[in-house]
Ligand binder design. Structure first.
Ligand code: DX5
Ligand code: ZN
Length: 224
């Protein structure tokens, strides 16, 4: 089982983005998590291509781009060209999900699907073998700093079981309200990739917090 930390730059200081990116470069973090919101799929607007390109310019780690947008197909090639390494689309935004996944792979990126808190894991059964990752939302998408939804544990366990049968290489990412309070339990439930926004950027010592989260995500909760 992997244990990767992906700080979400949604919680970074946009007026000092370069220094926050360099902080993450110098830390034990594995990826940058980049949240793109369109104000239609979610009730918030974050940023688009110019910010992604600016992040790419300084980032020394892969960009994990989470698209909270309707109609992602028409922008996949542009997100790939702007520097995305992994592209996540929402199940709820993709009526032709198989085609969308093909587009992501054709653009040279790893393909991932996100599930909102109310969307059952079982709906992915017939696409799971084609995916590199599944993102389980542990808050309703749209904002950082929200409270973790406990039903996430059940979904992670169910997805882990399904992935062992259908795609043992699949990465399982958890996004929203991840902190020291739940990271080792999330790992035990099956998560491999941990997105952390507020837990990292609101901390007085973010580099140390990333190292602490990384260590806790490697340990079983019974030892904490
Ligand atoms: C929410 C985003 C998350 C968010 C996580 O819609 O997908 O990636 O940045 O932030 P925290 O860790 O603060 O909940
Ligand atoms: Zn996200």
């Amino acid at each position: 089982m992997k244990h990767l930390i992906a700080p979400s730059i949604l919680a970074a200081d946009f007026a000092n983005l370069q220094s926050d990116i360099e902080m993450v470069n110098s830390s034990a973090a594995d990826w940058f998590h980049v949240d793109v919101m369109d104000g239609v799929f979610v009730p918030n607007i974050s940023f688009g291509f110019p910010v992604l390109e600016a992040v790419k310019k300084y980032a020394s780690k892969p960009l994990d781009v989470h698209l909270m947008i309707v109609n992602p197909d028409q922008y996949i090639a542009r997100f790939a060209a702007a520097g995305a390494d992994i592209i996540t689309v929402h199940y709820e935004a993709c009526p032709h999900l198989h085609r969308t996944i093909q587009l992501i792979h054709d653009a040279g990126c790893k393909a991932s699907v996100a599930l909102n808190p109310h969307t059952p894991v079982s709906l992915l059964q017939d696409i799971l073998a084609d995916l590199d990752m599944v993102l389980i939302m542990s808050v309703n998408p749209g904002f950082g700093g929200q409270q973790f939804i406990p039903n996430t544990y059940h979904k992670l366990r169910e997805l882990k079981e399904l992935s062992l049968k259908l795609n043992p290489e699949l990465l399982i990412e958890v996004d929203g309200g991840v902190s020291m309070a739940n990271i080792s339990a999330l790992r035990e439930a099956g998560a491999d990739v941990f997105v952390a926004g507020n837990a990292v950027f609101a901390d007085a010592s973010p580099v140390e917090m990333i190292a602490t989260l990384k260590a806790a995500s490697a340990a079983s909760s019974s030892f904490i």
